[in-house]
Design a protein around this ligand. Structure first.
Ligand code: C2O
Length: 346
């Protein structure tokens, strides 16, 4: 039924946007594509195999070879094809720099730093994963997740470090290459010993997931609706860090905005983005579990907010937040890992 306060993009309004204060970027689809007819989202067939997302540091050679092949096919598709890597990357630019106006309004739609952060990224990754799988005819394909919240995952996973693979990316900070331990609350180089950094990271995770996230808005981000409320601009704990901080930490120190990972317009050009976000998505599920789903949002304006994505069959799909709240229905799951930060109360 869609209340007037539910948010959604007006696809006919795509316009250049600011990737950095001093940089105008052009991320729109080719002009002939907008507007096109769309279909409403349908959950995948419950009989189809579950896609099990595994930690990137645990995947085997066969998996890496398969994903590497699929990603190189995706990178070779022309820009006119919405499944191409460049178009996939630009989805992030479009919805995160305000390239579309909201429906029935001239206000830009920008999903970060609000309660649309988790569901929007879940949608983006969901469609991306299915496109990757379809390019190699594998309906079991699942993205890996970069498990930076557990000690074994606190370096850039090896598969992203291999220069001869499609996962490698030049626009990164080489001083942060493995074996450097990630700084989940990165702002400047702290130069802690590996043991200190690891311990600091675990205590920080406890704060972001548990003690600092005991209210819906603290974790999910502020309430963002169409109309008077405008742009709320208060990110949830995990969005602010480790999410933002790791974007910055991975991006190149030689670029003004630590591109590519360091800025919204360019972040999804780095293949590691598609391992970073599954971990964010997984932690959303973990937070819900820790707090026993008691903070699940019931507000219809959130549930009715909607976006558009191309699927693996080149159909444009309208998907609402309510469509993506049950990952079992979405046909994927996460291989569990320990939560050593759970007992790291500082
Ligand atoms: Cu939309 Cu990791 O950012």
């Amino acid at each position: 039924i869609g209340g007037i306060k539910a948010l959604g993009p007006n696809l006919t309004t795509c316009h250049p946007s600011f990737g950095r204060d001093d940089l105008l970027v052009h991320c729109c689809p080719p002009a002939f594509e907008t507007p096109v007819p769309y279909v409403d989202f349908l959950s995948p067939d419950p009989q189809s195999p579950v896609r099990v997302r595994r930690p990137a540091h645990l995947v085997d050679e066969n998996y890496i070879a398969k994903y590497n092949k699929a990603l190189s096919i995706m990178k070779s598709l022309p820009y006119d094809d919405p499944r191409s890597f460049a178009r996939q990357a630009n989805l992030h630019c479009l919805f995160c720099t305000g390239a579309y106006d909201q429906q029935n309004s001239n206000a830009p739609l920008s999903i970060h730093r609000t309660w649309l952060f988790f569901p929007w990224h879940r949608m983006m990754i969901y469609f991306h994963e299915r496109i990757i799988g379809s390019l190699i005819g594998d309906d079991t394909f699942a993205l890996p997740y970069w498990a930076w919240d557990i000690p074994e995952g606190m370096v850039i996973p090896d598969m992203y470090m291999n220069k001869n693979s499609s996962f490698f990316h030049t626009e990164r900070d080489v001083s942060h290459f493995s074996p450097k331990i990630v700084d989940l609350n990165y702002a400047y180089e702290r130069n802690l010993s590996p043991e200190e950094q690891l311990d600091t990271n675990l205590a920080f995770m406890y704060n972001q997931m548990v003690s600092g996230a005991r209210k819906m808005e603290l974790f999910m981000g502020c309430i963002y609706k169409a109309g008077e409320e405008g742009y709320c601009n208060a990110p949830g704990t995990v969005e602010l860090a480790p999410h933002n901080t790791l974007h910055t930490w991975v991006g190149s120190n030689l670029n003004p905005g630590r591109e590519d990972m360091g800025k919204f317009y360019s972040a999804a050009r780095d293949p590691i983005f598609y391992a970073h976000h599954p971990n964010i998505d997984r932690l959303w599920e973990v937070w819900r579990e820790i707090h026993q789903n008691q903070m699940d949002i019931k507000d219809p304006d959130w549930l009715d907010s909607f976006f558009f994505f191309y699927d693996e069959n080149l159909k444009l799909v309208k998907v609402e937040v309510r469509d993506v709240l049950d990952i079992t229905k979405l046909g994927y799951s996460y291989e569990q890992v320990d939560r050593p930060w759970m007992n790291k109360r500082p």
